[in-house]
Design a protein around this ligand. Structure first.
Ligand code: FDA
Length: 303
């Protein structure tokens, strides 16, 4: 119930405009967002690297409504790729196709992303296409599979274990040798296409994780769920899959203790670090995942 409520708030345009312009909103967003500028995120990335963790940087934004906005978003990613290389950071980039203009013109989004991918290849980096709500699932998978052969190993995408279709997608993407980030899924989806019960989402997560780890492709196991992590470690150990054959991934500001504990145990960890002024939908999805975060934020506000 609360999850659905926060996800519906995340899509509210007037609230978004109000929140993103308010000083208090910006302060609160700091719980999950590294800052508003490129320099902010690069500094947080350097500090995260010093703790032994890799990073994926997300320039926040989604569902842009004109070509100029999409071009502006891409420009920031080009700057990011150059800065990551110049500062020798251990980081790559994550982006959303609707931030690159998918709702405006599919061809535009594809050509903008292809240019970014070419840039990523030139600086020996990697581009991850985040997975959005179900209207974009097929388009995201088709797009990734279409351009992967042009830059093999340099582009990957995301699979959500709450979707009933995901096992088929995992098998197809693994056959192409495409790197997958496995997560549970952060959007509100109808029961016809997504498991409504957490137990089924978790069971599917474990099933997909095992396919990924056995595939021979380097994948990301993205979760803060200690049960999913324990299952992954137990499976890797029983199958003699080495710690450098996959990585765990977690979000900036979530379970820092667990991130560092896993690194200490010798596992690879990549932290997903978002930045930018368009933080509202991302922030609200984080509240939806754990409504107790609202209390935490309220306490901070009162301090
Ligand atoms: P679950 O929600 O069951 O939470 C398990 C435990 O983790 C909680 O009990 C709590 O302790 C902690 N936790 C989880 N979320 C928290 C939060 N927001 N604040 C505080 N504690 C929290 N989704 C998507 O649809 N498309 C995508 O591209 C991505 N990309 C992505 C990248 C990375 C690196 C991660 C880690 C996650 C995503 N996600 C995503 C989000 C993902 O789908 C999911 O919504 C969240 O990771 C929460 O699910 P968990 O697996 O953590 O389990």
């Amino acid at each position: 119930m609360l999850r659905a409520f926060f996800i519906s708030l995340s899509e509210n345009k007037s609230l978004r405009a109000m929140a993103e312009q308010s000083a208090m909103g910006r302060r609160l967003s700091g719980r999950f967002v590294a800052g508003m500028t490129l320099e902010d995120v690069l500094q947080v990335t350097a500090r995260t690297n010093q703790l032994g963790m890799s990073v994926s940087i997300d320039n926040l934004g989604e569902n842009v409504t004109d070509a100029a906005e999409a071009a502006h978003s891409a420009q920031l990613y080009h700057q990011l790729l150059d800065e990551i290389a110049a500062r020798k950071l251990d980081a790559n980039c994550s982006l959303k196709l609707t931030h690159m203009g998918l709702d405006v013109d599919e061809k535009l989004a594809q050509s903008i992303t292809l240019e970014l991918l070419e840039h990523a290849e030139r600086v020996n980096s990697f581009l991850r296409v985040d997975m959005e709500g179900s209207p974009y699932t097929q388009k995201t998978i088709d797009f990734t599979r279409k351009i992967h052969p042009l830059h093999p190993g340099k582009i990957g995408t995301v699979i959500q274990s709450y979707l009933r279709r995901s096992e088929d997608d995992v098998v197809a993407l693994c056959q192409d040798g495409i790197r997958i980030r496995l997560c549970k899924g952060a959007y509100q989806e109808p029961p016809e296409i997504a498991f409504p019960d957490k137990k089924d989402v978790d069971n599917n997560y474990v099933r997909l994780m095992k396919i990924l780890l056995k595939s021979g492709v380097y994948h990301g196991i993205a979760t803060h769920d200690e049960k999913m992590i324990a299952e992954t470690i137990a499976f890797a150990e029983s199958e003699r899959i080495k710690p450098d054959q996959f990585e765990f991934q977690m979000l900036y500001g979530v379970r820092r203790d667990l991130q560092q504990a896993l690194v200490k145990q010798g596992w690879r960890m990549r932290v997903y670090i978002p930045f930018g002024t368009e933080w509202y939908p991302y922030f609200m999805r984080r509240l939806a995942e754990r409504p107790a975060n609202v209390l935490f934020l309220a306490r901070n506000l009162l301090k």
